[in-house]
Each structure stands twice: as C-alpha cells, then as structure tokens.
Design a protein around this ligand. Sequence first.
Ligand SMILES: NC(=O)C1=CN([C@@H]2O[C@H](COP(=O)(O)OP(=O)(O)OC[C@H]3O[C@@H](n4cnc5c(N)ncnc54)[C@H](OP(=O)(O)O)[C@@H]3O)[C@@H](O)[C@H]2O)C=CC1
Ligand SMILES: C[C@H](CCC(=O)O)[C@H]1CC[C@H]2[C@@H]3C(=O)C[C@@H]4C[C@H](O)CC[C@]4(C)[C@H]3CC[C@]12C
Length: 295
Amino acid sequence: MALLKKCFLSALGLLLAYYFYPATDSFRPEMLQGKRVIVTGASTGIGEQIAYHLARMGAHLVVTARTEAKLKKVISECLKLGAASAHFIPGTMEDLVFAEQVVTKAGKLMGGLDMLILNHIAPVNLRFFNGDVASIRKVMDINFFSYITMTSAALPMLKVTNGSIVVVSSIAGKLITPLIADYSAAKFALDGFYSSLQKELQLMNVNISITLCILGFINTDSAVKSLSGIVENITPSPKEECAVEIIKGGALRQKVIAYPSSIYISMWNPIRTIQEYFILLTYNIDNITRNQQFS
Ligand SMILES: NC(=O)C1=CN([C@@H]2O[C@H](COP(=O)(O)OP(=O)(O)OC[C@H]3O[C@@H](n4cnc5c(N)ncnc54)[C@H](OP(=O)(O)O)[C@@H]3O)[C@@H](O)[C@H]2O)C=CC1
Ligand SMILES: C[C@H](CCC(=O)O)[C@H]1CC[C@H]2[C@@H]3C(=O)C[C@@H]4C[C@H](O)CC[C@]4(C)[C@H]3CC[C@]12C
C-alpha cells in the first residue's frame, strides 16, 4: 500500500512538473527589450499595468481601448518609463473591422509584431440571465470574436517573428460561477479555441506560442466595484504582480499560467490531459499535414 502511494505521488509530481514547466525563474526583463507588442484593454486595470511593465522593459507598444483620453495618459507614462516607442489606437472591439485594423495598423507603426496580448473585456454586469440574447451576442463579439479576429490578422506577422499570443482568461472560464453566464461563456470559448489552436500550431510545426492566463480575483477598480456586496471574504490579488506574471508567461512561451498560484489546483485535470494525449494518438497526422496548409 505504501509503495502504491509512493508511486502515485511520484507520478503526480511528474505530471505537475510536465504541465507547468518551464519554471518562471529563467525570465529576464531584457527578453522584452525592443519587442513589438500590442496590448488590448490597456486604458485601465491589468492591461494598463501590462503596458507599464513592458515600457520599463524597453518594448515597442501599441495600446488600444475605447477611451482616448485614458490611452493618451497611458502612452505618455509608457514613454517616461522607457518604452522604445508607444502609440495608441482608440475604438471598440464590438466592431470586428476595427479589431482587424488595430493589428494591421500596429504592424505598420512598429514594423512587425512579436507579441499580441489580448486582455480587453466588455464591462461586466453580475445578474441572472434574463433572456436577452442580443446582449450575450454583444459580449461574445467583444470578449471572444474580436480576440479571434485579431489573432487571425496577426498570425502572418507572428509567423515571421516566431512570436507569441497571450490570452487573458479567468478561473470563470474553467469553473462554474453564477451571475456571469455571458462572461463565463466567452472565457470557456477562448479556452476551447486557443487550446485547440495551440495543438494545431504544434502539429504544423508553426513556432508561434499561445499562453492562456487563468486569473482569480484581481484588485482592478472595475472588479472590486462590481463584486462589492456580492462576493465576500476574498482578498483580491494585486494587478501589478498579475501583469508581471502574464508577461513572464508570454516571454517564456508557457502554455498556461495561473495567478494567483493558489488557483492552479482547481484547474488541474490529469484525466483530461491523459485523454487528450490518447485522442491525438488516434489522428492520422501525416495525412492531415499533407492535405492541409496552415494559413
Ligand atoms: N479583475 C479580475 O478580477 C479578473 C480579471 N480577469 C481578466 O483580466 C482581463 C482584464 O480585466 P480587468 O483589468 O479587471 O478589466 P477592466 O475592466 O479594468 O479593463 C477592461 C479594459 O477593456 C477595455 N474595454 C471595455 N470595453 C471595451 C470595448 N468594447 N472595446 C475595447 N476595449 C474595451 C476598457 O477600456 P475602455 O472602457 O476605455 O474601452 C479597459 O481598458 C480581462 O480579460 C478579465 O477577464 C480575469 C479574472 C479576474
Ligand atoms: C469569486 C471568484 C474568486 C474565487 C476565489 O476563491 O478566488 C472570482 C475569480 C474571478 C472572478 C471573475 C472574473 O473573472 C473577473 C470579472 C471581473 C469583473 O470586473 C467582475 C466580475 C468577474 C466576472 C469576476 C467575478 C468573481 C470571480 C469569478
């Protein structure tokens, strides 16, 4: 029995190590120096903090969100902090044409693209689903379809640079919580889409990394405000540290990061990992790669 327990614990340790490697210790801020990065939802909250950290690391930045006045302040702060260059493109991600244009314009402004950080979300209303399908569609456009639109526009540039896509998601895209059906649907959709795309890129030997960032409660103004009086006895984690972990995950090309680290355990699903591995074994990869081109 003791031997069985030992074997089980060793296997568990190995699986955890495999899943969460590489360790974040090897991160160096210079990795971002001169890199060309787009950050969405950067007028406030976590996105704003990501922009400031990247600026300190000497990256070229294009930031976007709807509020022009806030974006102007963000880029002027970024330039003071040491950004190699900083531009802003204001607009709404509800408009998918705008989403695509942000990528093409940013590519022209920076002369290419190394990292796309997808972070924006529509303002969250915690409420019971009231049958309003149009509002769900709007949230899906902003929180999901704009991500895919930008990804699709960025792939050709990222192929050239062996670049990275960083997708900011939530524990609410892994576990079920009430009052946020629209938000949660979009986050689960992001997980499904980007996890599948990750595998496709691997199969086609395309060297673009995708990092899915699973976040718990973070102390941004909007989150604290909308959860006040609804969710109690949880201390939010700091947005500044959260932003660093997101950048590290992207720079180290990790498949998934979780912040705060206490939420790793609720995401860990070894049965799923093993099943995914065996499902992939049933695919005739040679046939697929011969007949299909990754566009
Ligand atoms: N804070 C938290 O507790 C958690 C956050 N996350 C994730 O982290 C990310 C950032 O969250 P957080 O910083 O709290 O969010 P904020 O609400 O603080 O910021 C959201 C950003 O998105 C922008 N935005 C809103 N609507 C639109 C739109 N229609 N088009 C373009 N941009 C828009 C906002 O700017 P503007 O209004 O100017 O457009 C703002 O810059 C999100 O992906 C979220 O899901 C995940 C788990 C927990
Ligand atoms: C209640 C959850 C925390 C559980 C824990 O033990 O830590 C929160 C974790 C993630 C939160 C949601 C989220 O993803 C961000 C949104 C941000 C909005 O501004 C507020 C609502 C959120 C949907 C938020 C709701 C609580 C969490 C699920």
